[in-house]
Design a protein around this ligand. Sequence first.
Ligand code: AMP
Length: 363
Amino acid sequence: MGKIEKQEILDILDKYDKENITIATLGSHTSLHILNGAKEEGFRTAIVCEKGRDIPYRRFDVADEYIIVDKFKDIVNEDVQQKLRDMNSIVVPHGSFVAYAGLDRVEDDFNVPMFGNRDILRWEAERNLERQLLVENDIRIPYKYNSPSDIDRTVMVKFPGARGGRGYFVASSPEEFDKKIENMKSRNWLDEEDVENAHIEEYVTGCNYCIHYFYSALKDEVELMGIDSRYESSIDGLVRMPAKDQLDVSLDPSYVITGNHPVVMRESLLPQVFEIGDKLVKAASKLVSPGMNGPFCMQTLVNDDLEVIVFEISARTDGGTNTFMNGSSYSYLNYGEPMSMGRRVAREIKTAIKEGGIEKIIT
Ligand code: AMP
């Protein structure tokens, strides 16, 4: 089975009643503001939700229709897809949608119109592709080490797969790297393949800023929507301990995201912020046609030389957008009214339906 052709999706969209579009997503991650924003823009909304996980959506009343499934991954089942098409649904993807549905299924057999560029999801998921997007236009990223024996300063070691920051570690020499790897192997946290694929990069001592952009393919413009910072366990708990106690407990920190807080950056950093967003959009249009489309996020660390260093990309709505469900300082400057990322997506769809260009934003 091959990749879904864009024309197949456009043919489905062609049969939709454009006056009666439903915005749908999977009930997890950022679905609250995706659906709330869609309602604010006048759409009907639908949620595909795992049994027992529907409570927040009912309590906040964001969905008009519920499709309850046994497992989140069932969103790709043919009967669920048919229900979505029957409601004239446009699906807005987010991190959990991609994780549960699986990239292969999304690319090969999810025959429901989606907002954004379906093909770009693989580029954020695979570290080598993600790196190409960043290096194409010289976005500053952490220096990458090709071999543990080259470690000459403090590095961050990451492993493949969706571990959510669990098992990352910091090392300052090849010996420390080997010792920590052996320790993790003895606990069965790693196998040989993980070790071969370990990603070693410069440890950036800086503050975390995750920058949320919206690229409007209709206007050909990159908008700054908001910025958040991550709250991670156990590292953020660990640093609340006095240093001498940290040494005593000798805990290995992990970097598991448990929440986010909204932040703003020094105003003098904003030229870099816009430059990074513009560069990524240009790189994407060259490498993964038709390019970026809608929400994306650059996860950065800012060091004391005031360099904004990007260590990760999300090429769809990122979890940190939950910090500005009623707008951020930056979205206020653009819109002067509450503008979540979900609402911005819905507004783009509404504009395209009204003024033309839907084929540019649907995949
Ligand atoms: P990631 O899974 O790549 O999103 O990283 C999880 C967390 O690890 C980040 O939110 C940062 O706190 C930390 N981190 C990732 N890369 C680096 C780096 N190069 N230097 C310092 N901290 C990092």
